[in-house]
Design a protein around this ligand. Structure first.
Ligand code: MIC
Ligand code: SF4
Length: 641
């Protein structure tokens, strides 16, 4: 039987397990990336493993999230990451060099390689034919130490593309269309492979926009073939030697095939507060817009920025709109400046922000109260913008620029002819903002610089056979990690200070939770389906761990968050009958007895001692996961404690 592209890369990197969908497999990881908001914790964990130098082909530490430096905290963390990178053999991408996924695509990604990153949008690398996955910091730490990365062997979806995007319609609209078809849970357990004759019409940055937002589908990752378009991109980045062709076998088997005709797509938006709440721009054209933000790892390539500049050229944005533009990398910004497009953006009235995540993670540029904000980003979860009642819509750069000019949600097709942009044959290469690590000989003398904001991280105690604890929080479906552990300018600087962060845990849902959980000592959380969707932040597990959470019982879990819970030593258990969710109430006293046996049989009984009812839970874990849970998490398991 033929293989898909992803299956070929998996086969070439398989170190344990067999490739039957649903079973656990272990993969050799060629490259890792971290960003600063998850990186500090990942490097603290890496240090605690006690290895002298990373064992990957390439590891890069990016600084792109926490760039505000409104106090010493971020600056200290940056220094810490820079010194750790120097000591342990990791390249350090300085603040200002750009968003990790954009820079990695430009300078480091290689078709056919495996990459894990402590950021959920690592699948951006699938645009260049990499098997690139988001992971928790601990998993990245272990991979840097040469350990394998464990996933459940995914099933395969093929999206068969035909036709060609029409003027004013963009790769972002392809992402929004697949979200409309599949929803934010539709990709869970799958790798999404993009194929068909339409693929050759898409550039690498367009492909990367699409694989980037595969994360919003819950997919393990998304991937494109590596073809002449990939080769041309690598050539223009001065690294054609990294090219290898990659295609699926003609008789490759997919679990599901979805057809999308690119020629039929139109400009779309994801409405508040979910990336799968899709409407067309023409339907929403009466909606007044207060703010427009262009950038993020989804839409900050040179081509996207040139398109925006061409739309804005010679015009002024509507007086009621505030527009921000954050180019994705120093390379993009430099080339925009060199060709004069940056001047067109500035002259239109835009505020040009640094090459970083910026508003996407609530680092400034929060909208006004109840403000309508159009963003070329990938997530519009409630409160993520920093304004609790902000109304965030996800859009393409074309819709963003058009709407900034008119002050209303605008279908850009109403603006007349779409301006043509000319892409250069060669990108401007200057890697001076990537600092190389010390040599093996010099590494011992490098001192790791720690600031006072770094506090020890919590570690779980080994699993106990009986868990008796109150239900301290009950939440609904699609709870995101932004609900569990919010980000934003006020909180992000404390990512290496779990005790401080814990005060904000579940703040969007219930501000009283942290106090209640601490007072209870041990507790259990109950959730709906797709619990923990969104980011890879392991803080969404470490902070509940600190607050005494021992188990989360949900209808289903998002992939990375479930792994983070197990890594932290918290039990993710699922209802065997989803209706049992309705029979539990916040404040109930719960008991799960015989956990050691339950791990072996895969079934546990949850007793609600308040009502006297009992429910069956699925407690199915691989042997490795069982050992981790028994030991009290991944680090203890890895160190053999
Ligand atoms: C995000 O987009 O939510 C983030 C911020 O990039 C996160 C990582 C983090 O929380 O630090 C992600 O996507 O994994
Ligand atoms: Fe940064 Fe936003 Fe991308 Fe996350 S989604 S990596 S915050 S740009």
């Amino acid at each position: 039987m033929g293989l898909t592209i992803a299956q070929k890369i998996i086969k070439a990197h398989l170190v344990e397990g067999d490739m039957t969908p649903g079973s656990e497999i272990a993969l050799k990881i060629d490259q890792t990336l971290t960003q600063d908001a998850t990186g500090t914790m990942a490097y603290l964990e890496f240090e605690s493993i006690g290895i002298k130098r990373v064992r990957t082909e390439l590891s890069v530490a990016y600084i792109d999230h926490n760039t505000l430096q409104s106090g010493f905290e971020n600056a200290d963390d940056h220094r810490y990451i820079q010194s750790v990178a120097k000591k342990y053999g990791i390249r350090f991408s300085r603040p200002g060099n750009g968003i990790c996924h954009q820079v990695h695509l430009e300078r480091f990604g290689k078709p056919g390689k495996t990459l894990i990153g402590s950021d959920s949008h690592t699948p951006t690398g699938g645009g260049i034919g990499m098997l690139a996955m988001g992971a928790g910091g601990m998993d990245v730490a272990v991979a840097m130490g040469g350990g394998a990365y464990y996933i459940t062997m995914p099933k395969m979806i093929k999206v068969n593309l035909t036709g060609k995007l029409r003027p004013w319609v963009s790769a972002k609209d392809v992402s929004l269309e697949i979200l409309r078809i599949l929803s934010v849970k539709g990709g869970v357990g799958y790798i999404i492979e993009w194929g068909g004759e339409g693929v050759s019409t898409l550039t690498v940055p367009q492909r990367a926009t699409i694989t980037n937002m595969g994360t919003e589908l819950g997919a393990t990752t998304s991937i494109f073939p590596s073809d002449e378009v990939t080769e041309a991109f690598l050539e223009s980045q001065g690294r054609v030697e990294d090219y290898i062709p990659l295609a699926s076998d003609p008789d490759a088997v997919y679990d599901r095939i979805i057809d999308i005709n690119l020629s039929e797509l139109k400009p779309l938006l994801a409405c508040p507060h979910s990336p799968d709440n899709i409407k067309s721009a023409e339907e929403l054209s009466d909606t007044k817009v207060d703010q427009v933000c262009i950038g993020s790892c989804t839409n900050s390539s040179l081509a996207d920025m040139l398109k925006v500049a061409a739309i804005l050229k010679g015009k002024t944005i509507d007086p009621s709109v505030s527009l921000s533009v954050s180019p994705g990398s120093k390379q993009v910004l430099t080339m925009l400046a060199d060709c004069g497009a940056l001047s067109d953006i500035i002259a239109s009235g835009a505020r040009v922000l640094e090459c970083a995540c910026g508003p996407c993670i609530g680092m400034g540029f929060s909208p006004n109260s109840a403000g309508v904000s159009l963003r070329t980003f990938n997530r519009n979860f409630e409160g993520r913008s920093g304004t609790r009642d902000g109304q965030v819509y996800l859009v393409s750069p074309e819709v963003a620029a058009a709407s900034a000019l008119t002050g209303y949600i605008t279908d850009p097709r109403t603006l007349g002819e779409c301006p043509e942009i000319v892409m250069p044959d060669k990108f401007k290469i200057n890697d001076s903002a990537v600092i190389l690590p010390a040599s093996v000989e010099e590494a011992d003398d490098v001192e790791v610089l720690r600031g006072p904001n770094i506090k020890p991280f919590p570690e779980a105690s080994p699993l106990e056979d009986n868990l008796t604890a109150p239900l301290t929080l009950k939440v609904g479906d699609n709870i995101t990690t932004d609900h569990i552990m919010p980000a934003g300018a006020k909180i992000l600087p404390y990512r290496s200070n779990i005790p401080y962060l814990s005060k904000f845990c579940f703040g969007v849902c219930d501000e009283t939770f942290p106090e209640r959980a601490l007072a209870s000592g041990k507790s259990i959380i109950v959730g709906g389906s797709n619990y923990g969707q969104g980011s890879s932040r392991e803080h969404a597990a470490l902070v509940p761990l600190y607050l005494g959470v021992k188990a989360v019982v949900a209808k289903s879990f998002a992939r990375i968050h479930a792994a983070n819970l197990i890594n932290a030593g918290i039990l993710p258990l699922t209802f065997k009958n989803a209706e049992d969710y309705d029979k539990l109430n916040q404040g109930d006293s719960l008991e799960i007895d015989g956990l050691f046996e339950a791990l072996k049989t895969g079934s546990a009984t949850l007793k609600n001692t308040t009502t006297g009812e009992s429910f069956e839970l699925s407690c199915e874990f691989s042997e490795r996961q069982q050992k981790m849970l028994l030991a009290g998490g991944l680090l203890k398991y890895t160190k053999g404690e």
